[in-house]
Design a binder for this molecule. Structure first.
Ligand code: ZN
Ligand code: ZN
Length: 89
């Protein structure tokens, strides 16, 4: 499978695995370790802020936009599924 890189779609800042994101419940964690879901209250965050203090920008793009190479993987999976269906039919 292709490698997925995680970085800000605006400024290309790459998260370094540290907990920068704070939930409305007060919990602070690394949102990329849980797919944007707060481990304390289980709220899923649709948008993920870039971290200015860690070298990022002020953008707040959708969480999925942070995953580079995801589109390619989805396309590949689609092709595989279609190929399987053709065999079955
Ligand atoms: Zn929370
Ligand atoms: Zn950024």
């Amino acid at each position: 499978m292709d490698e997925i890189r995680i970085r800000c779609p605006k400024c290309s800042w790459e998260p370094d695995g540290k907990p920068y994101w704070q939930c409305t419940c007060g919990h602070v964690w690394n949102t990329f370790a849980t797919g944007a879901r707060c481990p304390a209250c289980h709220k899923v965050w649709e948008y993920t802020a870039c971290i200015v203090t860690a070298g990022g920008c002020h953008a707040r793009p959708p969480h999925l936009d942070w995953y580079e190479g995801l589109d390619g993987i989805v396309e590949k999976l689609k092709e595989e599924i279609l190929a399987t269906r053709e065999v079955e039919v």
